[in-house]
Design a protein around this ligand. Structure first.
Ligand code: C2E
Ligand code: MG
Ligand code: MG
Ligand code: MG
Length: 287
């Protein structure tokens, strides 16, 4: 045992942690003004019906273009927002923005598709969430059936609260999907108990579906189960034609992933609508 070395490594650790804490504080300050300064925007990724390759939906994904740091990934700031509560105003901004955009697209005559918005657990726990969502729908004029809320399995931690909240949300008429399905609680109990519409198979299962027999079994199993429970199913993270073909074979209904398109800003998403007329959604937003 080397006391000096241990002391040094502790110092290094402390230094690193200090930096981390400072970094966090800086980011928190920046977050506060980012909303006012209009530094956030939404990117939209298409959801495609596998059988007919129709465009059926868009997922709204939050983006932050920081003046000095450039684009910051949501994975790097959403956890912080959840921790400090900023996700509440930010999440509501996302919801309003996404509903407004979809209503605008509808008014422009684009074919109707569903807009998916991610809800954080902290948003879900707000007692007045359904009223808030109802208000946003009213303000933006979007009909509820075109809004889908993506929640994660973590909401199942409080079954009683989750059940009553989901029922309130269903009453409004919005759709509910379980995001990153298979990575969380994994209790099948709530699948029959909760009023949900869709499972989104996490991309960690889809990644190696062609080479890993276990992943293939999991994906086809979830597809079959969802079908029998009358739930829709979307495979996330589809990156190749081979994966898409496999999923189609498994009668998985919908797919989302780089194979069709990366998440793109609103104006580029409109190219996907245009391509839809020529049945060529894949790749349309990149040109
Ligand atoms: P998510 O809801 O599961 O969204 C899908 C993520 O997978 C997105 O990452 C998307 O860009 C990425 N993705 C899509 N297709 C592919 C693919 O083929 N390959 C690979 N490798 N990745 C793919 P993104 O945009 O970085 O978002 C990460 C996570 O941040 C989201 O995961 C979601 O949990 C969270 N997030 C994003 N926007 C919001 C938001 O407005 N509110 C909340 N609460 N969370 C958000
Ligand atoms: Mg999602
Ligand atoms: Mg998610
Ligand atoms: Mg996901």
């Amino acid at each position: 045992y080397n006391a000096k070395e241990s002391r040094n490594s502790w110092k290094r650790y402390e230094k690193k942690m200090n930096l981390k804490a400072k970094e966090k504080l800086l980011l928190e300050n920046d977050l506060r003004i980012a909303l006012e300064l209009d530094q956030f925007y939404l990117a939209y990724q298409p959801l495609v019906d596998l059988e007919h390759e129709h465009l059926v939906g868009a997922e709204a994904l939050l983006r932050w273009s920081h003046p000095e740091r450039g684009e910051i990934s949501p994975a790097d700031f959403i956890p912080l927002c959840e921790e400090n509560g900023f996700i509440l105003p930010l999440g509501e901004w996302v919801l309003r923005q996404a509903c407004m955009q979809m209503k605008m697209w509808q008014d422009q005559g684009f074919p109707p598709i569903v807009m998916s918005v991610n809800l954080s657990i902290r948003q879900f726990r707000q007692h007045d969430l359904s009223e808030r969502i109802g208000n946003v729908l009213k303000e933006t004029g979007l009909e509820p059936q075109w809004l889908e809320l993506e929640i994660t399995e973590s909401i199942m931690a409080d079954v009683a609260f989750a059940t009553s909240m989901l029922e309130k949300l269903k009453k409004i008429g919005v759709r509910i999907s379980i995001d990153d399905f298979g990575t969380g609680y994994s209790s099948l109990y709530y699948l029959k108990r909760f009023p949900i519409d869709k499972l989104k198979i996490d991309r960690s299962f889809v990644n190696d579906v062609l080479t890993d027999r276990n992943d293939a079994a999991i994906v086809s199993g979830i597809s079959a189960m969802a079908r029998n429970l009358n739930l829709k199913v979307t495979a996330e993270g589809v990156e190749s034609a081979g994966q898409a073909a496999f999923l189609k074979e498994q009668k998985c209904q919908e797919a989302q992933g780089y194979y069709y398109s990366r998440p793109v800003p609103a104006d580029r998403f409109e190219a996907l609508f245009e391509a839809e007329r020529n049945k060529a959604v894949r790749g349309a937003a990149s040109s």
